[in-house]
Design a protein around this ligand. Structure first.
Ligand code: URA
Length: 241
């Protein structure tokens, strides 16, 4: 489903008139929705689905920026197209946002699940993914067996992966069950397979990995494989980090 907005907002977003002038256009009976003249204020329309016209001529929203979060399942690649024809995260939003060229903001591995931001705004992607902006990313890693206090301390102070020392991280044990341990870890870098490699560096094997938070933006209870629009608060926060 496309984004639902008030008719006057749609008209303003299209650039056809300011929001106040749009109200006047509606009042004057110059706007129609799906061929039907609308004269009351506050009618809601769906971007991309409803046909809005001014004096009988369609008005469209161009260059609109979209910002969403997806709860990526395991088994999807974080690219628009995969050379091995595996399912992609874009497939999961195609039904609703198929006309918009959306791309993932950074990556989650094929076997990693959880919070993935997607947008068609390149500046936003730059701000969220560039290491100089230091946005924390929080993961829950499930590892085989246990982990020592020394291991956790090493994750916190930095370990060597691919000849590079990772920046200090936050790490804490959340739970242990059936021969596995769940650890919450927060990093602000985004090297390839960084979390998995950090655990490898302390002798642990990650059996499941989920991203739950980027900065203060949380995955919450969004179901696996589903997406939602970011709130304006979340967008502003991420843009201004
Ligand atoms: N670290 C990983 O190892 N994998 C991811 O997908 C993200 C961070």
């Amino acid at each position: 489903m496309g984004e639902i907005v008030r008719l006057q907002k749609y008209i303003a977003m299209s650039g056809a008139a300011s929001r106040r002038a749009a109200e006047k256009l509606i009042e004057d009976g110059r706007i129609s929705v799906n061929g039907e003249k609308i004269i009351e204020q506050g009618v809601k329309v769906e971007i991309g689905a409803d046909l809005i016209a001014l004096d009988g001529k369609e008005i469209k929203i161009k260059n609109k920026k979209y910002y969403i979060m997806l709860n990526k399942p395991v088994g999807y690649v974080s690219t628009a197209k995969d050379q091995f024809e595996r399912p992609t995260v874009v497939d999961l939003i195609r039904e609703d946002l198929g006309d918009v060229r959306m791309f993932p903001v950074g990556r989650l591995d094929y076997e990693t699940e959880g919070l993935l931001l997607m947008t068609n705004d390149g500046d936003f992607t730059y701000r969220v993914t560039h290491p100089k902006f230091h946005i924390d990313k929080t993961y829950i890693a499930t590892i085989k067996g246990g982990v020592t206090k020394g291991g956790i301390n090493k994750l916190k102070s930095g370990v060597i992966i691919d000849g590079y020392k990772t920046s200090p991280a936050q790490a804490e044990i959340l739970d242990a069950f059936d021969g596995h341990t769940m650890i919450k870890i927060t990093i602000h870098e985004g090297k390839n397979r960084q979390v998995r490699k950090m655990f490898e560096a302390i002798g642990c094997t990650v059996t499941a990995l989920q991203r739950i938070q980027i900065g203060t933006v949380e995955l919450g209870n969004l179901p696996l494989g589903r997406w939602r629009y970011l709130t304006s608060h979340e967008i502003n926060y991420l843009k201004n980090k």
